[in-house]
Design a protein around this ligand. Structure first.
Ligand code: BES
Ligand code: MN
Ligand code: ZN
Length: 509
């Protein structure tokens, strides 16, 4: 979606008249100067300016020297002004998104969004208009690369939004939001790609392509390096697959020289069949998005670089495919992790923690991070607990947990904290090895987190985000169509902005 800012209306301005024109309306308010026929139509259609409510009518409007032309006029509701900043942002995003959802395949190529009269809600500032535009852009993203037989009316037509009357500072503020949108869209692309296209090597290649020239430095570990490092847990998962595993590190040093980075770590299981503990066939295709944590980390790194974030961040993805095979690992196998701790593999489908543990060990040894945040589609149990509304948050550090929770609220990528402790930790003791990779019937998300916690060095603030319920949507949401949501990018970007760039986070010289 191309976004441009106009000073004057098209009839006398630089672009040709745009037929589709939209105005924002606060609750029970209509824009001043609206044609009576539209005002009457809106009333007849019970348009009340509710958040995301859209009314469409037609009116004759003047064009540049060519007489009158038919304008297609959309009114979109932005509700009442009396809510928190986060709620306000949600509402405005929803309004922008509703417009694009309605007109994405309408045949119209451009939308003129007139925000000049949108003062019924107490006036929109630059951040408000940016929220509308971000919602519009994110809702417009769609992956149609493999659709060769789309009918014309199913194809995307809307590619351009021209904003009229935006308050001062909107264009500059939009640049940061556009960087965020790029990152979210990159994550969605990675998450959407099927596993025959996106596997560890090709995941790395996409990141190399997309991050080229941004200032992000990439390091890739292959199988030989991982073997030399002793990553027996990660390699055990990978050994049933014809696809070689990779670890991808993406370094962004936008902060103070010498300041320890924050590490974002992503589970990148490009396909999770379950391995020998094979999953049932129903819905197994969903496991192409078992790399959603890694996808979110890659998208975040793109955003941080594009907006020139003043923080030191390293994003690390553990990339493997989990397959059954004659060489695949078996339930009962004991593997030795890079940390030296041994693991009895009870269930080969609890593979995410086996990947993360070695990546965590390597990340701490290599980058000495000030704090670690891992994102993983780790457990179905987190979906049982939180549905698709919150990701699970687990942490050894209240300050980090609180900061992430706040970033979740500010960004709309919500988090809910779970308990941890020795009683849960005991559940993963093994009779033959240092630990086992499952914890029994109950508290499955917590025992998974306890497993990862055993690989965090003492004194390092760490948080684990179980995003299994958030990566993929079976129905359209406010700012996404059904499919990949891009969850995590907005959260991590907000954390970097509000905590690391504000200088209030864990760091060390
Ligand atoms: N990738 C899955 C978790 C998952 C399930 C993500 C559904 C998204 C939707 C993970 O690797 C897994 O299989 N977890 C098991 C753990 C169990 C074997 C202890 C689970 O949640 O059932
Ligand atoms: Mn699994
Ligand atoms: Zn998995």
């Amino acid at each position: 979606m191309q976004i441009e800012f106009l000073d004057t209306a098209p009839p006398s301005g630089p672009t040709p008249a745009i037929r589709l024109q939209a105005r924002l309306c606060a609750a029970d308010t209509l824009p001043p100067g609206l044609e009576p026929v539209l005002a009457e139509g809106a009333k007849a259609a019970r348009f009340a300016g509710k958040p995301g409510q859209v009314f469409e009518g037609f009116a004759e409007r003047a064009t540049a020297g060519q007489g009158a032309a038919l304008a297609r006029v959309a009114l979109v509701g932005i509700g009442k002004a009396d809510s928190t900043a986060a709620e306000r942002r949600d509402t405005l995003e929803k309004a922008g998104a509703a417009l694009v959802a309605r007109y994405r395949t309408s045949g119209e190529e451009a939308l003129l969004l007139d925000v000049s009269g949108a003062d019924g809600a107490g006036g929109l500032d630059a951040a408000d208009v940016v929220a509308v535009l971000l919602g519009a852009r994110l809702r417009g993203w769609h992956h149609d690369a493999y659709r060769t037989t789309l009918k014309d009316e199913q194809k995307r037509s809307l590619t351009r939004i021209a904003v009229l009357g935006a308050p001062a500072g909107t264009e500059a503020a939009w640049a940061d939001a556009a960087a965020l949108a790029e990152g979210v869209e990159f994550t969605r692309e990675l998450v959407t790609e099927p596993a025959n296209v996106l596997f560890p090597e090709s995941f790395v290649a996409r990141c190399q392509d997309r991050l080229a020239g941004t200032g992000v430095e990439l390091t890739v570990l292959g199988k030989a390096e991982m073997t030399a490092l002793g990553m027996g847990a990660l390699l055990g998962v990978a050994q049933g697959s014809a696809r070689e595993p990779r670890v991808l590190a993406m370094v962004w040093n936008g902060g103070k020289a010498g300041e320890k980075p924050t590490a974002f770590i992503g589970k990148g299981v490009t396909f999770d069949s379950g391995g020998i503990s094979l999953k049932p066939p129903g819905g197994m295709e969903d496991m192409k998005w078992d790399m959603g944590g890694a996808g979110a980390v890659a998208g975040t790194m793109l955003t941080l670089a594009l907006r020139g974030a003043k923080a030191n961040v390293v994003g690390i993805c553990g990339l493997v495919e989990n397959m059954p095979d004659g060489l695949a690992q078996r339930p009962g196998d004991v593997v030795t992790s890079m940390s030296g701790q041994t693991i009895e593999v009870i269930n080969t489908d609890a593979e995410g923690r086996l990947v993360l543990c070695d990546v965590l060990t390597w990340a701490q040894a290599t980058y000495k991070p000030a704090a670690l945040v891992d994102l993983a589609t780790l457990t179905g149990a987190s979906i049982a607990a939180l549905a698709h509304e919150y990701a699970g948050l687990f942490s050894n550090d209240d300050k980090l947990a609180d900061a992430l929770t706040a970033a979740g609220k500010a960004s709309g990528d919500l988090l809910w904290r779970f308990p941890m402790g020795p009683a849960f930790d005991k559940m993963i003791d093994s009779p033959i090895a240092d630990m086992k990779n499952t914890g029994g019937r109950f508290g499955g998300s917590i025992t998974a987190a306890q497993f990862i916690a055993r690989f965090v060095e003492k004194g390092t603030p760490w948080a684990h985000l179980d995003i299994a319920g958030m990566v993929w949507a079976d129905k359209p949401g406010a700012t996404w169509d059904k499919g990949a949501t891009g969850y995590g990018v907005r959260l991590l970007d907000a954390y970097v902005r509000d905590v690391l760039e504000a200088g209030t986070g864990p760091s060390g010289a």
